[in-house]
Design a protein around this ligand. Structure first.
Ligand code: XMP
Length: 320
């Protein structure tokens, strides 16, 4: 495998030129397809692919039911302004059917991977006639998968899986030598607005990575509401990443003078450079208190809010 390019070594303009040439060469006169989630990696790879292939790259946004509130509209809107058409594909039922009854974290990730690559993408690729899937895998994804920490949804070759054999298409991964800081630099060089290249990271398995236990539509909706509050209150705090997590355990609370055996939300806010190590942000107690008050007030069924104070490692950034 080709080695790491650190952010200090990275010449973003040259990187874009070289990778665009490579993509053009690999795809030849065929078509490629890519899934845009709106995260830094997939947004950057979308711009890079369009630079290389123009109309011969079809970009889709898979609505898997696990995204944040208003995410599809917002991302499609951003890219419309950049002149990149994005088709929204509704696959909510397929994802929730695949997640039904699963509580183990790795099995959950596996179910999302299978649904994404085999069912949804398999169909899209067949319909579009594309032979290549362009995707924004980065070095950290590979490190963690190979180390057996978390199976990132987008890593195959390093696990001995041949995508051509398994899914019927080839995968092109132009960002594989970079870490998050390098990807941001490339995204900026490609003309992404700051709201995209500086967006806080969001994982491929989306809100399912933030629900401990079964990711049902109701439980995803609970964490989605808590996420809205956490992101609104922590936006601009300068942290690397922040999130809300729904716990599986219930705790006793009181509502309207009655016992309410309710749900718990954990807030995490991380200081990190490249996601390999991370420390909890020293948020003010006023901010923490506001998070607690607003989450219990606006998320039905939640009676407890905690803040994570452990570092990575041994913690990880996402909970699943
Ligand atoms: P962890 O939780 O492993 O996360 O400490 C490290 C960074 O990676 C993001 N993350 C993912 N990104 N696919 C992705 O594209 C995934 O499956 C995935 N899991 C975690 C996470 O948000 C953090 O920035």
């Amino acid at each position: 495998m080709v080695g790491e390019i650190t952010v200090q070594e990275l010449d973003a303009e040259r990187f874009v030129k070289e990778k665009a040439e490579e993509i053009k060469h690999t795809v030849g006169d065929g078509w490629a397809i890519n899934a845009l989630s709106g995260g830094v990696d997939s947004s950057t790879v979308t711009m890079l692919g369009h630079r290389a292939l123009g109309d011969r790259l079809k970009t889709v946004f898979i609505e898997n039911g696990l995204m944040r509130a208003g995410e599809a509209e917002q991302i499609v809107g951003f890219f419309r302004e950049l002149g990149v058409p994005v088709e929204v594909v509704d696959a909510r039922e397929e994802f929730f059917a695949a997640l039904k009854g699963i509580t183990d974290p790795e099995e959950k990730r596996e179910a999302i991977t299978r649904t994404f690559y085999s069912s949804v993408f398999g169909r899209l690729v067949r319909e579009s006639g594309a032979k290549h899937l362009l995707q924004g895998t980065i070095l950290t994804d590979i490190d963690e998968t190979v180390a057996g920490i978390k199976r990132q949804h987008n890593v195959f070759e390093q696990l001995g899986i041949d995508p051509q054999e398994a899914f019927g298409y080839r995968i092109i991964e132009p960002l594989i030598q970079l870490r998050k800081d390098g990807v941001r630099k490339v995204g900026k060089a490609l003309g992404l607005p700051e709201a995209l290249f500086n967006r806080i990271p969001f994982p491929g398995p989306a809100l399912a990575a933030r629900v401990i236990g079964e990711a049902t539509p109701d439980r995803i909706e609970t964490v989605r509401k808590a996420t809205e509050v956490a992101e609104r209150l922590l936006e601009g705090c300068g942290a690397f990443q922040y999130m809300a997590i729904l716990h599986e355990d219930r705790v006793t609370g009181i509502r309207d003078g009655k016992r309410d055996f309710g749900q718990q939300i954990e807030v995490r806010c991380w200081e990190s450079v490249d996601a390999r190590t991370a420390q909890p942000t020293r948020l003010s107690f006023d901010t923490l208190e506001q998070l607690g008050q607003e989450i219990v007030a606006s998320v039905p069924g939640v009676v407890s809010v905690t803040y994570n104070i452990a570092s990575k490692p041994p913690s990880t950034i996402e909970a699943v």
